[in-house]
Structure formats: structure tokens, C-alpha cells
Ligand binder design. Structure first.
Ligand code: NAD
Length: 333
């Protein structure tokens, strides 16, 4: 069988996902949800979507009676993910939700519970969890290639443009760079080290308080501590270009990836030499694998379920608390 997906929010990332899905064998776009009628018409033509599978934000609860749609992929601004996920779950459809899954851990937990209650799957759009170089580094770490892991460095950032975009609006974004790009360093530290962090310290700097208003972080540096004694040092920022690097080191060796989470190709090497596994469009692999998770119950090597997304939200809450207090904050799951 094929996973029949409706895309919600037809913005720039949805367009990228839709293009990538044209190469999928097991995932297919069968519907759209948008507030803009002209976009619906364009997408209908481009992806051959019948009018009966097109919805807006007022009427999409009716998707529950549509047998042509198995899952809804939510690709809207961050603060909308939570209410939209609850409505999709109530309609009995599987949810694929973009990162960050919500704007805090409380919302994330409610989303996990709503999907459990409705008997639908909740998957978060963590495309790197299916990327070949990432999986190879994780495999090598599990095989003991780097020895006992001691340290991870995650540097994630880009220089943000248009000051009027939703990413710089606290109501819609739930924060600033951390919610958008810093989450890659958080998530990466967890799958690279292979543990869950138990404490955090964090520092914020803001050089442009006009562009980055109260509650919208420009730059945060943070440090995470793990049960084994390994630590991570990370940078999340909207202030510089080309910042996309992971570095993992243990007693016996290292792995480095740069770029590490961009759309690719990902470049990677270890103390033994280059890896550079072949590039496949991330969203193509992601949607093929998500189809297998939903349809066949396949277990991914790095989880992408709602609980995985929720852990990142717990850590983000703790980072914001550490920035505010200036103290070391214990992370409780
Ligand atoms: P975008 O602004 O290009 O698209 C957002 C879409 O949501 C637009 O079509 C907009 O019309 C629609 N929308 C619906 N209700 C809205 C409202 N009330 N206010 C504003 N817009 C509204 O943004 P994007 O870059 O496509 O990001 C969307 C989501 O995808 C975000 O959560 C982002 O973090 C995520 N994303 C993930 C990746 C990834 O690599 N996994 C990459 C980019 C974006």
C-alpha cells in the first residue's frame, strides 16, 4: 500500500516536500489544506488533486470522512502545530508534524496523548534521522569506533532576512533561532551521543533588539550534561551564515559533519578518513521511511515519534529557564 498524505500549509517547506515526494514510491500527495484558494488551484493542477480532497483551516475536520487521506503533514508556523495536530488526531488521521513539534513541552505532551487516544501515529519531520551520513556516524559510534563518548559540539545557525516574517514573531514562532535551527543542535547531541541530557546551562546574547524582540532569541550558547559524563557545547543563532557543524569525539576517535543538517549533500569524516555517503534528497527518504513506519510498523534507527519531539521541547524549556535564571537547570522528562 501507499501512504496517502494531505499537506497542510502550502509555504516554502511544503513546496520542497511536495517536490521531493514526486520521487517516492510509497508516499503520495492526495490532498491539501490551505487558507489561500489560489494556492489550492495551483497545487490541484500541479499534483493532480481532486477538489473533494481540498480543505481550508475552517473545514478540515471533515477530513475524517475522506477515505483517500491516511495522514496529514502539518507544515505551518510553529505555534499552530499544537491546535492543528489535535484536530487532525480527532479526525482519526495520522499526523506528521514539522519541527519544532510545538512551542513548549506541555503542548508536545498533549499532542502525544491526543494521538495515542485517537489511535493514530504522530511523527515529527526530523529528516536527518534518515540521512545516510548521520546513520553511518551513529552506527560507528554504536560499534565502538570512537570509544567512550566524551564530547559533542553542535553549531546551528543562519542569517535571517525579512524582519516581518513569522519566524521573528513570538506569537507564531514561540521563540527565535532556538525553535527553528537550534533544535538541530539539541536533537543532534542526543542521537550523536546516544543519551538524553540531564542538565543545561545557557547564555543569551542579542545584538539587534529591534529585529529580535522580547521572547525572540537571536543567539544562545548552551551546554548539556549527559548521564555518562559526556558533555555538549552548542550554538543556536540567527546572526551568521553557513553555521552548520557537528563534531563528536570519544576516547578512541572522532566524527565530524559539515554541513551537518542542511539540505545536503552532507559532508562527513572520521579520524580514519572521509565518509561522504551519496546524497539522496532528504525529504524523499524521510517520506518513504515514514510510510514504512505508519503502514508496516517499521522501527526507525533514530526515533521520530511524538515522544522524541517532546524530549526536544523539554530541553528547549530548560534552556530558556537556564537563560532566564543564569543557573544550571536540571532536565526532567
Ligand atoms: P512558510 O512561511 O514558507 O510557510 C508557512 C505556511 O503556513 C504558509 O503557506 C502560510 O500561508 C501558512 N499559514 C497558515 N496559517 C498561517 C498563519 N496564521 N500565519 C502565517 N502563516 C500561516 O514557512 P516554512 O519555512 O514552510 O515553515 C513551516 C514549518 O516547517 C515550520 O514549523 C518550520 O520550522 C518547518 N520547517 C522545517 C524544515 C525542515 O528541514 N524540517 C525546513 C523548513 C521549515
Amino acid at each position: 500500500p501507499v501512504l496517502r498524505v494531505a499537506l497542510m500549509g502550502l509555504g516554502s517547506y511544503a513546496n520542497r516536500v511536495a517536490e521531493a515526494m514526486q520521487s517516492c514510491k510509497r508516499a503520495k500527495i492526495t490532498g491539501v489544506i490551505s487558507g489561500t484558494p489560489s494556492k489550492i488551484t495551483d497545487w490541484q493542477k500541479k499534483y493532480n488533486i481532486p477538489a473533494k480532497n481540498c480543505y481550508n483551516y475552517e473545514n478540515f475536520d471533515a477530513i475524517k470522512d475522506n477515505p483517500d487521506i491516511d495522514a496529514v503533514y502539518i507544515i505551518t508556523p510553529n505555534s499552530l502545530h499544537h491546535p492543528q495536530c489535535l484536530r487532525v488526531a480527532a479526525a482519526g488521521k495520522h499526523v506528521i508534524c514539522e519541527k519544532p513539534m510545538a512551542i513548549n513541552a506541555k503542548q508536545g505532551k498533549e499532542m502525544v496523548e491526543a494521538c495515542e487516544k485517537a489511535g493514530v501515529k504522530l511523527l515529527i519531520g526530523y529528516r536527518m534521522h534518515f540521512e545516510a551520513n548521520t546513520l553511518e556516524v551513529v552506527r560507528l559510534r554504536k560499534a565502538g569506533e570512537f570509544g567512550k563518548i566524551k564530547f559533542f559540539q553542535g553549531l546551528s545557525g543562519f542569517k535571517i532576512g525579512d524582519p516581518t516574517q513569522w519566524r521573528l514573531n513570538r506569537e507564531l514562532a514561540g521563540g527565535g533561532a532556538m525553535m527553528d535551527i537550534g533544535i538541530y543542535a539539541i536533537n543532534g547531541s542526543r542521537y550523536m551521543i546516544g543519551e538524553e541530557p540531564i542538565w543545561v546551562t545557557a547564555q543569551e546574547t542579542k545584538t539587534d533588539p529591534v529585529k529580535f524582540k522580547v521572547g525572540v532569541d537571536e543567539t544562545i550558547t548552551f551546554q548539556l550534561g549527559f548521564p555518562s559524563g559526556a558533555t555538549a557545547s552548542c550554538l543556536s543563532t540567527y546572526a551568521v551564515s553557513y553555521l552548520d557543524k557537528f563534531f563528536l569525539v570519544g576516547e578512541g576517535g572522532f566524527a565530524e559533519m559539515q554541513p551537518s543538517t542542511g539540505y545536503g549533500p552532507i559532508k562527513s569524516w572520521t579520524h580514519k578518513g572521509r565518509l561522504d555517503l551519496p546524497h539522496v534528497t532528504h525529504q524523499t527518504t524521510q517520506m518513504e521511511e515514514m510510510a514504512a513506519i505508519i503502514l508496516d510498523g517499521k522501527q526507525p534507527i533514530i526515533p521520530v515519534d511524538g515522544k522524541e519531539g517532546w524530549k526536544d521541547m523539554v530541553i528547549i524549556d530548560a534552556i530558556f529557564a537556564a537563560v532566564k535564571s543564569g543557573k544550571k537547570v536540571e532536565i526532567k522528562y
